[in-house]
Design a protein around this ligand. Sequence first.
Ligand SMILES: NC(=O)c1ccc[n+]([C@@H]2O[C@H](COP(=O)([O-])OP(=O)(O)OC[C@H]3O[C@@H](n4cnc5c(N)ncnc54)[C@H](O)[C@@H]3O)[C@@H](O)[C@H]2O)c1
Length: 365
Amino acid sequence: MSETSTSGTTPSADSDTNVASTAHIRAAVIGCGDISAVHLAAIAARPGTRLVAIADTDAGRREAASATHAVPGFATLTELLDAVEVDVVHVTTPHSEHAPLAIEALRRGVNVLLEKPFAHSLEAGRELADAVAAPGAGKLALCFQNRYNTPVRALFDRLRSGELGAIRGAVGTVLWHRTADYYRDRPWRGTWAGGGGGLLMNQAIHTLDLLQWMLGPVEQVSGSASTRSLGDVIEVEDTAEMVLTHAGGAQSVFFATLANSRNAAIEIQLETEHAVATLRGDLTIEWADGRVETVAEPVTATGERSYWGVSHELLIDHFHSTLADPEPFWIGVDAGLDTLTTINAVYDASFPDRAALAAVKETAE
Ligand SMILES: NC(=O)c1ccc[n+]([C@@H]2O[C@H](COP(=O)([O-])OP(=O)(O)OC[C@H]3O[C@@H](n4cnc5c(N)ncnc54)[C@H](O)[C@@H]3O)[C@@H](O)[C@H]2O)c1
């Protein structure tokens, strides 16, 4: 039986938007594809932050985003930073571009809000960690926005307060669906060179992060990954299973696949000394004394609930509101390297030749 691990810090009530310290933050978005819409909407909705530029290597997407948001568009981050004064760049590009772009911005003293994963490989992640630690570097936030979901926060707070007692074990499942067109539309998603992996790097990484955040960093990994569906379209995995041993000794079991017929709600269930707690959208706590408690996920203003989660706006607001603080943002290098290290161990076991595959692809392009 292990003690509840509480690595990380949740934002406190008094760290909410501080208008005085956040006025006139100049933001830019690098990569104007699918997820950029969520970042652009959050920036537009935030008083005190102004979008000043966008960049995309794809001329069509660049021109469309530039026209829609009435800001200059650039083909590269370098051109953008040379031309426009920026406080924070949101990197929303394919995974292989994460570390190079983030490193370039950080070296120029610009803050970076980086979409997950931290990098497309553990090696690139370590280079990025060095850049974050370099003197004069900007600050970095990693977009594990699900840590801001109300039920997730409620569970973490109860673990940290000791109410639930020690964690005995956990299970995480991600049963999602991706079509061949999802990969054909954006070929990088299905390749080692562009994505650095598939399901684990792109989708299940959020759930892995939540398990590591709640149970503590993973010290031992036993797992495998495989391509069960769409093997004629993608070279990366779409299914994975693992048993993880966390610092302190608790184990979690994890199963994820993109071969399900729909995007089911992600589930994390924790058995603790005093309760069984289930996150499945909402949080349900079945206490040993028979009480059942629920914490609901609030609906968004539009009444919709994306399976991406509803918390990008919260993370973006928190990062922008704390840019001037000297300490690092609470989700960054540690969360990035912890998840990459676990995924890398599974890939080493299941895809030992992936680096060669990625190199062949890069040479061919
Ligand atoms: N946090 C979440 O829940 C969540 C959800 C979806 C996607 N994502 C992440 O967002 C990122 C983007 O995913 P997407 O599905 O929007 O991808 P996408 O392919 O739709 O968009 C990426 C865009 O980046 C552009 N681009 C590529 N290289 C570039 C470069 N060097 N400089 C500037 N622009 C460049 C592409 O032309 C494209 O328009 C990925 O890291 C993905 O994992 C996160």
